[in-house]
Design a protein around this ligand. Structure first.
Ligand code: SF4
Length: 343
């Protein structure tokens, strides 16, 4: 890509950039705390899903010190529904590390990568966007744009390092943050996965895939292996308008989150395995949920407890929406509440 093309992209960005709440609002550079928070939230999640969470978090915890001082359970509950809960645990750990060191995020990629939850992409994004340092920023949008610009013939994921090197070859020395965000926005709004709008693209004259005639072919991808299936049992144990919730172990799937008690999750789990108490368990259907690495089919068993002996917190059923349950348990709780109404 020539200097002219890079300038054309930056000019396009000035006019067409997406108005995102974590971007600079008048000041030259955005607040590193807001950049960091948005980048952690955006990992594996869409801009539309992140927006309300970002507003909620910055309203409640406007600085990294405020977030560092928050109760872990409160932060996990505010994160509920955004998924990939290891990110929330790392978020708290990172905020506490930064606050303990004086409250300033480092501007250097290598130093940023030492912080919990910050990998190569996030370190580069914070360094470029919040501090204006030269860094090669490659998210899935940039990956697509670069693979098309250079018509990369190797398949993903093997092509990842080649694409990273090519992205490095076109990253300018100056205005690095704007360049990174311009590439991301171009991928999100013009060079989209299907039907890229090459006719209005500021990089059209430099694009090898466009010249070949079928840019949608890129990035080439190796055939996906099928997600494995797992099974599990969840338990709705109620007593006098309350239902038993347990906090999941800190490590593992949905770690640290409140949920209904469950048994093991595996390829072949026996019915009622893992029940939190002896009771007259009745089947109440099942819920399907897809995680990144496997698909889960969770059977639900419901029962009335004579006494509140089982360990956990007994939560008022009418206030379950305030419990901050992750999506899997929201779906299961809806079934449990329907069973309760029908019983
Ligand atoms: S010309 Fe088309 S394929 Fe190439 S970068 Fe622009 S939108 Fe993407």
């Amino acid at each position: 890509m020539t200097v002219d093309a890079s300038n054309a992209l930056l000019r396009w960005y000035v006019v067409d950039k997406r108005p995102l709440p974590w971007r600079a609002q008048g000041e030259e550079r955005p607040d590193p705390y807001r950049v960091w928070l948005s980048e952690i939230m955006l990992q594996q999640t869409t801009v539309a899903a992140v927006r309300p969470y970002f507003q909620k978090f910055t309203g409640r915890w406007p600085t990294v010190e405020a977030l560092a001082a928050a109760e872990e359970a409160e932060v996990m509950s505010a994160w509920a529904g955004l998924g990939y809960y290891a990110r929330a645990r790392n978020l708290i750990a990172c905020a506490r590390t930064v606050a303990a060191a004086g409250g300033a995020f480092p501007d250097d990629e290598a130093e940023l990568r030492k912080l919990p939850g910050i990998g190569r992409y996030t370190a580069a994004a914070i360094s470029a966007i919040a501090f204006g340092r030269r860094a090669v920023v490659v998210d899935s949008n940039v990956e697509r744009v670069v693979s098309r610009l250079f018509a990369v013939k190797r398949e993903l994921p093997a092509a990842r390092e080649e694409i990273y090197a090519l992205a490095g070859s076109i990253t300018p020395e100056r205005q690095c943050g704007d360049f990174a965000q311009a590439m991301m926005d171009l991928g999100a709004t013009v060079c989209t996965p299907r039907d890229p709008s090459c006719g209005i693209c500021p990089l059209a004259d430099s694009c090898a895939a466009r010249e070949e005639g079928d840019p949608q072919l890129y990035p080439l991808k190796a055939a996906r292996s099928r997600r494995p299936h797992k099974q599990g049992n969840a338990f709705w144990l109620q007593n006098d308008g309350h239902v038993l919730l347990v906090r999941r172990p800190a490590k593992g799937m949905l770690g640290g989150m409140l949920g209904l008690p469950t048994g093991e999750w595996g390829p072949d789990v026996a019915p009622r395995q893992g029940a939190p108490a002896a009771a007259d368990w009745q089947e109440a259907g099942a819920v399907d949920h897809v995680f990144t690495h496997f698909a889960l089919n969770m059977r639900l068993y419901c029962a009335e407890a004579q006494r509140r002996e089982a360990e956990g917190s007994w939560w008022p059923v009418e206030r379950l929406s305030e419990a901050g349950l992750p999506t899997l348990f929201v779906k299961l709780a809806e079934r449990g509440a329907a069973w309760r109404s029908a019983a």
